[in-house]
Design a protein around this ligand. Structure first.
Ligand code: BEZ
Length: 237
């Protein structure tokens, strides 16, 4: 049986450098991730043009593009379709399709053509148990130095949760900027988690301190971080 390597398939992981490629897109050629150095980028795949779940996702992403831009984050889409299919589909979306009250949505971010599946295979977007010919709904969060920071995969039938995609982006930016972690279901304005005590002395201090920290136990301490401070720290004006 052919190995993944022989099939030219890889599964990038969190912490890896984003695999490089050049591609033709609906916004011209791109050199990835070099063209996005210094900014975040979300590289996502969808199974096919002219399909309903994908259409609902593109309308939603187009609607949110400015919000992601304000968070210093670019969007780049990909499917195993050709450029002319992409162009025709995006024109149809703008001219004809309404979803959740959104209409006339223009997709301004690049959509990669990947008929050869070369890029989809590099990013582990083809998962043969789900489909051998269509990419699953993958979402790669890539940071300003080109490192993959988070990956979410969804099956073909499941449209993505865009609030979660945005929340994850802001949470990672908050962790970077303020050296904190974020607990379950965190949103800006909620308490953040500080790194666990690294010594018995610090553990003791934390349990005794009545300062800005609130400790459930020595290993579980939170503090306040105002939403305005987060937004001022990470969002562009
Ligand atoms: C869709 O986008 O609607 C879709 C695409 C592939 C398989 C199932 C649904």
């Amino acid at each position: 049986m052919e190995t993944l390597h022989e099939q030219n398939v890889s599964m990038p992981r969190i912490g890896d450098k984003a695999p490089e490629f050049e591609a033709i897109t609906t916004q011209g050629e791109i050199n990835f991730p070099v063209d996005y150095a210094g900014e975040w980028v979300i590289l996502f795949s969808h199974p096919a043009d002219f399909t309903p779940v994908c259409t609902s996702e593109f309308i939603t992403f187009a609607h949110l593009e400015e919000k992601f831009k304000t968070a210093n984050c670019n969007l780049v889409g990909l499917s195993i379709d050709g450029l002319y299919s992409h162009i025709a589909w995006l024109r149809t979306i703008k001219e004809k399709i309404k979803f959740n009250g959104m209409k006339n949505m223009e997709v301004k971010f690049p959509l990669i053509e990947d008929i050869s599946m070369e890029i989809a295979k590099k990013y582990g977007m083809i998962q043969p148990g789900e489909s051998k010919t269509q990419a699953v709904r993958a979402v790669f969060f890539i940071d300003p130095v080109g490192t993959i920071r988070a990956i979410i995969y969804y099956p073909l039938s499941l449209g993505r949760n865009f609030s979660e995609i945005y929340r994850a982006l802001i949470a990672m930016q908050t962790s970077d900027k303020f050296s904190v972690a974020t607990p379950a279901d965190w949103n800006p304005g909620d308490d953040v988690i500080i790194s666990p005590a690294g010594s018995c002395g610090v553990a003791e201090e934390r349990m005794e301190s009545h300062g800005e920290l609130e400790c459930e136990d020595w290993f579980f301490c939170t503090k306040k971080l105002a939403k305005e401070d987060i937004l001022k720290g990470i969002l562009k004006n």
